[in-house]
Design a protein around this ligand. Structure first.
Ligand code: ZN
Length: 426
């Protein structure tokens, strides 16, 4: 039966390439959230034609949702012949902007040399197509399967997922008893299982000053110099400390197996809007940085914030007139599904069957929609697994290999067999 299942996937080799190309031709660029409705409808129509019940959910009032750019998600469900568990494949349909450097039309969906090219080919319309084909092959081989299969195309993953998986999770779409197993076909390479991700704390730190004439800075108080003191303290005390924190999480790439912090931006004093040539000679009374702190399962978010605020408090004590504020922008806790969770062992078995090797278990350095499934849906049986090479995501001439999609669709189909019916395909 395994051979029959795999042949049913092989017969859909052209179909998976065409489907990916069709999806790429919807330029679902986020921001602003272009073409979400038509793309969701395309997925919905494809699945409705195969017997799925299809729902569209607009995430009213979430960031970016307007009548011009409605946040439209599609959820399709196919009931089996008997009661049982539900496997849900969740893909985001939004893509990042094409950017420069393309030699092909980023939204043309070119198929050549065994690859499908275009923005979103690998991240992650190829994964969505592979999951649709995998489910089709499974249902053809086992028409009497128990339980249910769900496939969703959700929006806004690239901007935090608030109008997508987070919104749906709040409505129970990613919780038991509706759903038992979630696979997110992000491009983590076809023989790797991604168990979760590091945590994030994004914050704005602002130093205060006092405005005065630039020729007499002693009459004011320079907020930029105060920020310089903050950055110096970070260089001396914080960055070396973060670098020493190692994790047992199998994060890839290896450099991300430590705590990290990026300083995303720095602004202060007069705005740049007057350039060129119209400077106003003032002592700046504000300076602001945005920090992006990525933390580990072994760290507590209260400690993570405390490391930063203790440095700021020390400056407040030691540095005359130093004052600051910290504003939280976003926080996401680290997340790691257990290796013996059913969805992990089922996909691992699929990888062994197709590639004749043990899967690699990895953790993503950045977050993806699994955070919402875990935190809002309280479902800790979720992984990312899909075709596509992670390094190609968000780059010019992005592509996904057709062989990779076919092979990962076989892994997904076998995963369905194991999760829904205990592995009839022996
Ligand atoms: Zn993605």
């Amino acid at each position: 039966m395994r051979d029959a299942l795999f042949r049913a996937v092989d017969r859909r080799r052209n179909a998976v390439a065409e489907l990916t190309a069709d999806l790429i031709r919807f330029p679902t660029v986020n921001p602003p959230g272009e073409d979400y409705g038509p793309c969701a409808e395309f997925v919905g129509n494809y699945l409705a034609a195969r017997g799925y019940q299809v729902h569209y959910v607009r995430a009213e009032g979430t960031p970016g949702d307007t009548d011009r750019h409605p946040r439209i998600n599609v959820i399709a469900r196919l009931e089996g012949k008997r009661p049982g568990q539900t496997v849900h494949f969740n893909s985001h349909i939004d893509v990042v902007e094409a950017g420069k450097g393309w030699t092909l039309d980023p939204f043309g969906g070119d198929i050549r040399d065994g690859r499908v090219y275009g923005r979103g080919a690998c991240d992650m319309k190829g994964g969505l197509a592979a999951s649709m084909i995998a489910a089709e092959a499974f249902v053809e081989t086992f028409p009497d399967f128990p339980g249910a299969i769900e496939i969703s195309g959700t929006v806004d993953e690239e901007s935090g997922g608030f109008g997508g998986v987070a919104y749906l999770a709040r409505q129970g779409y990613f919780s038991r008893p509706r759903v038992d197993h979630v696979i997110i076909p992000e491009p983590l390479n076809k023989d790797r299982i991604c168990l979760g991700h590091r945590g994030v704390w994004w914050a704005e730190i602002e130093t205060k000053g006092e405005i005065a004439h630039g020729s007499m800075p002693f009459l004011g108080d320079c907020a930029v110099r105060h920020m310089g003191a903050v950055l110096e303290a970070f260089e001396r005390d914080l960055f070396p400390a973060l670098d020493r924190k190692q994790t047992s999480m199998p994060v890839v790439p290896e450099g991300a197996r430590r705590s990290t912090m990026n300083i995303n931006s720095i602004h202060g004093g007069q705005t740049d809007d007057y350039r060129p040539g119209l400077p106003s000679p003032n002592v700046p009374d504000w300076c602001r940085i945005t920090i992006d702190r990525r933390f580990l399962l072994e760290e507590d978010i209260t400690e993570v914030k405390g490391e930063v605020t203790s440095i700021l408090e020390r400056l407040r004590r030691d540095r005359p007139k130093f004052d600051y504020t910290v504003r939280d922008v976003m926080e996401v806790l680290p997340n790691m599904t257990e290796r013996d969770a059913p969805v992990v062992t089922a996909v691992a078995e699929g990888i062994r069957a197709i590639f004749d090797r043990e899967p690699d278990y990895v953790i993503s350095p950045g977050t993806y929609d699994q955070k919402h499934v875990a935190r809002i849906g309280h479902l800790f049986n979720c992984i990312a697994y899909g075709p596509g090479i992670l390094d190609l995501a968000h780059r010019p001439d992005e592509w996904v290999g057709i062989d990779d999609m076919v092979e990962s669709a076989k892994v997904m189909a076998l995963g369905l067999d194991i999760l829904l019916q205990g592995g009839l395909a022996k």
